[in-house]
Design a protein around this ligand. Structure first.
Ligand code: ZN
Ligand code: ZN
Length: 177
């Protein structure tokens, strides 16, 4: 069934991430009931009476109609205007404690894979190394405290895992409540 869903380059499996779910629900934008509904963030100053279908996200009509964005542009540095537009206005966001944001690699936005704990993160050592380096830069100077935080990811704090759309490298950022 999911084969009929629109494809999102920067969020290729929104069913796995829980951003899109099967639901018999009327879309606030096209008023259609397509059997799938978007469940995560949408930032708009307007009143939106209901949730949105994946098709109105994919073609940009929901973002245009409600002058909204699914994701903040924060972190999307060094990408083209087209990519910025596609990620913020034509890509499903995701559930996070803090405002969700996208990671960049190879001067392109990375594809969101999902929320993961330590075990899944450790399956991609390059993502774990990069997160460790980012956290040191962010001020985590106590190595044992840092490792304690990392191995406990999945309980309270989680990691948001991405995969570079160009070179395939995995990368992540930590999300805490
Ligand atoms: Zn719709
Ligand atoms: Zn890359």
């Amino acid at each position: 069934m999911s084969a009929s869903l629109p494809f999102f380059r920067y969020h290729p499996d929104p069913l796995a991430s829980g951003s899109i779910r099967a639901a018999s629900e009327t879309c606030a934008c096209c008023k259609g009931n397509r059997g799938w509904i978007y469940t995560a963030t949408f930032y708009t100053a307007q009143d939106v009476s209901g949730r949105l279908c994946p098709w109105c996200i994919a073609d940009g009509s929901a973002a245009e109609r409600f002058a909204g964005e699914f994701t903040d542009a924060y972190g999307l540095d060094g990408v083209s205007e087209e990519v910025l537009h596609e990620v913020t206005r034509r890509t499903p966001g995701f559930h996070a404690w803090q405002d969700p944001h996208w990671l960049v690699h190879c001067q392109d936005a990375a594809a969101f894979v999902g929320e993961v704990g330590y075990a899944e993160l450790a399956a991609h050592p390059e993502a774990l190394d990069q997160l460790r380096a980012d956290m040191r830069t962010a001020g985590w100077h106590d190595e044992s405290q840092l490792e304690h935080f990392l191995v406990n990811l999945g309980e309270g704090a989680t990691a948001m895992l991405f995969r570079c759309t160009v070179c395939g490298t995995y990368l992540a950022y930590a999300d805490a409540s």
